[in-house]
Design a protein around this ligand. Structure first.
Ligand SMILES: [Zn+2]
Length: 441
């Protein structure tokens, strides 16, 4: 079985708050079965979302706000923060796979949410907030599960019900009734009847190389294929289960500006979800809502803590900004923040141009972006607000073989800075003796 790669850690860092980014990406892609499934007639329409009643000790429940004439006057807290958690597969055994989490480990997460009195809201509630129809508690948590593994019904669902936490299940067409460890139609119907929200996760669960291969050359074919991945998956789930599907989770977290645009304008989704591990607010682009992938083999619960520690102290989050780890499927995950020279790279130029691509971070306060280098303090780096590129070239040669760089920035509406720091090396020997003949300066 394949697994989407996950981004991960690289640098050192310390970062504040909330929207760090970074990432993680992936979903596992089970062996997909062929498409062309016969679509079952619509089941009895499940129109209203069944809200799972919280148990007696459940996290605080939010009062339903009236959706009437007063709605326009409803004051929406736009600065409210929501962290979306993204799980995949579950096991009763030990997990050595980042996309599979032991069910007792999962239970500890839910217990931690309850202990911290962090409200878990439903997708409907979240969307109503984004439409300006209903407020949400600040902060809030939302739980999502990708792909459609059988273990969701067998293991995770009972625990979620026990806690009374709503969640959204993102399914991709080719894995519904996919055999083996895939959820069946009957099992999915049971979950829907018990209040689970269903979202789309494409038809075939493509990965970046799939997009690139198909995008090569034949534009019309690529467009048709892309269109089908978004449109057909939605239609399939709606018809098969008699529900409305208004949300989409990008497989592997991969998306392009085109997908984000068409997702809403052409393909009929109200919200689309990435796996950029950032907390979201009312201003987050609706087609780029971040989620924290929770890795089953992370005994330190780094992402879970980053997602749920609203008090700050996001020390680990900035570490992930540089990404780049290769998943089991061989796909290196793109970093959220691209730096050059890269972390731990060795360069020969003693006056290297240092560039930091912050284009994937939205809502940066342009006046907050600064670069520091140990021994130099703040350096006069140039930040282009439009392209979100930060560039600096040292005025004189760097004398140390190890060069540290720290970039600090503030997101609009946040109270703390995000910090990305990394180091690279200068090969002084190569600098002084650039040729094998080793002629010195
Ligand atoms: Zn997936």
């Amino acid at each position: 079985m394949k697994q989407c790669g996950q981004w991960s850690t690289v640098v050192a860092l310390a970062a504040a708050v909330v929207m760090g980014v970074a990432g993680a990406a992936g979903c596992r892609r089970p062996g997909a079965r062929p498409t062309g499934v016969v679509v079952a007639p619509p089941a009895a329409a499940v129109e209203e979302e069944v809200v799972v009643e919280p148990g007696p000790s459940a996290a605080p429940v939010v009062e339903e706000a009236p959706l009437n004439a007063q709605a326009a006057e409803l004051k929406i807290k736009k600065s409210a923060q929501v962290s979306l958690l993204c799980y995949h597969d579950f096991t009763i055994g030990k997990s050595n796979n980042p996309m599979v989490i032991n069910i007792e480990h999962f239970r500890r997460h839910l217990q931690a949410l309850r202990d911290a009195r962090l409200p878990v809201i439903s997708m409907d509630h979240y969307l109503a907030w984004r439409r300006g129809e209903r407020d949400i508690p600040d902060p809030s948590i939302m739980i999502t599960i990708d792909d459609g593994w059988k273990s969701v019904g067998k293991l995770a669902h009972p625990v979620l019900r026990e806690f009374g936490f709503p969640y959204t299940l993102f399914l991709y067409k080719n894995y519904v009734d996919g055999g083996g460890r895939a959820l069946t139609t009957a099992e999915i119907k049971t979950l829907i009847a018990e209040g689970v929200t269903i979202g789309s996760h494409s038809v075939s669960h493509p990965y970046p190389p799939d997009y690139r291969r198909r995008a090569k050359g034949v534009t019309a074919e690529y467009e048709a294929w892309l269109d089908a991945e978004f449109r057909e998956s939605k239609a399939f789930l709606e018809q098969k289960f008699g529900i409305q599907v208004t949300t989409y989770a990008y497989p592997g977290g991969y998306y392009t500006p085109e997908m984000a645009k068409k997702g809403v304008s052409d393909w009929g989704y109200e919200a689309l979800f990435t796996v950029n591990p950032v907390r979201t607010s009312w201003d987050t682009p609706i087609a780029e809502v971040g989620r924290f992938i929770i890795f089953g083999n992370d005994v330190n619960d780094r992402n879970f803590k980053a997602a749920t520690n609203f008090g700050g102290g996001q020390e680990d989050l900035g570490r992930q900004l540089l990404g780049g780890e290769v998943g089991d499927d061989g796909v290196p995950q793109p970093p959220v923040v691209v730096v050059k020279p890269a972390e731990n790279e060795t360069v020969t130029d003693r006056r290297p141009q240092i560039t930091v691509d912050l284009s994937k971070l939205s809502d940066i306060d342009p006046t907050s972006v600064i670069m520091r280098m140990p021994g130099f303090g703040e350096v006069p780096a140039t930040y282009n607000e439009d392209t979100r590129q930060l560039v600096y070239r040292p005025a004189s040669v760097l004398r140390s073989p190890e060069v540290g760089v720290q970039v600090r920035l503030r997101r609009v509406g946040q109270e703390k800075d995000d910090i990305v720091s990394w180091k690279f090396f200068i090969d002084q020997k190569a600098y002084y003796f650039p040729k094998s003949t080793a002629s010195s300066e």
